[in-house]
Design a protein around this ligand. Sequence first.
Ligand SMILES: Nc1ncnc2c1ncn2[C@@H]1O[C@H](COP(=O)(O)OP(=O)(O)OP(=O)(O)O)[C@@H](O)[C@H]1O
Ligand SMILES: [Mg+2]
Length: 246
Amino acid sequence: MAAVTPLLVTAGLSRAFGGLRAVDQVDFALPEGETHAIIGPNGAGKTTFVSLICGRVAPSSGSVVFDGREISRMPAHRRVRLGIAYTFQITSVFANLTAFDNVALAVQRRLIDDHARGLSARALTEHGMDALTKVGLAGHAGKIAGTMSYGHQRLLEVAMGLALKPRLLILDEPTQGLSDGEIENFIGLVRQIGAEATVLLIEHNMDVVMALAERITVMEQGRILAQGAPAEIRANKAVQQAYLGG
Ligand SMILES: Nc1ncnc2c1ncn2[C@@H]1O[C@H](COP(=O)(O)OP(=O)(O)OP(=O)(O)O)[C@@H](O)[C@H]1O
Ligand SMILES: [Mg+2]
């Protein structure tokens, strides 16, 4: 009888930039454990929408509720502690640090309030290496991030997100710039992550979307145009016109 409360709910969530309604009255619910894709044309509001969820951008109106708790005005770093991690469209690794130091910083960020100061070097190494191993970069731990290939830097970003041990992992166009082989590996990686966490994935590559998403939301001009299982979205005429190119 008791309905399961979604992990994430937005209600009337909106953000305007001047006169532009980048995100316009979005009602969205994400059940815990789901891998959900957000698709839509350039400028549809996808990045702004997930920025509102993780707190990088403040809403003009509406609410974000995570795990039953209203977080619309909570600063981003506190949302990270609740378990919301994200990797963004623009690569944000620290180029001058090694791959390991990048994930170690993420681990410390997660634990900063609890016991980061008391965290042993050994525990830090363990957590950090665990995240690098998951994305297949354990062998590159000592490499300076800025010297790694673009694809590896993107994977490093995902490792930094995983080091936060998120309940919700938001990935904004993670496969952009990856080779076909890297994309294959990436699909396997997100499947693994999805077994433990809820995943919200913004992605233009429809093969990746169809391989991973349990449900898809299509955005257009700040609004939700359609939502459903992959087969429903594929068959949706309005979606085909707006996005899938006929
Ligand atoms: N900080 C900002 N200031 C002004 N306008 C912005 C800002 N951020 C986004 N916008 C505008 O809001 C709209 C939505 O942008 P957003 O980046 O959310 O789209 P998107 O769906 O992620 O697009 P893409 O697929 O190209 O990444 C666009 O018209 C964009 O120019
Ligand atoms: Mg975007």
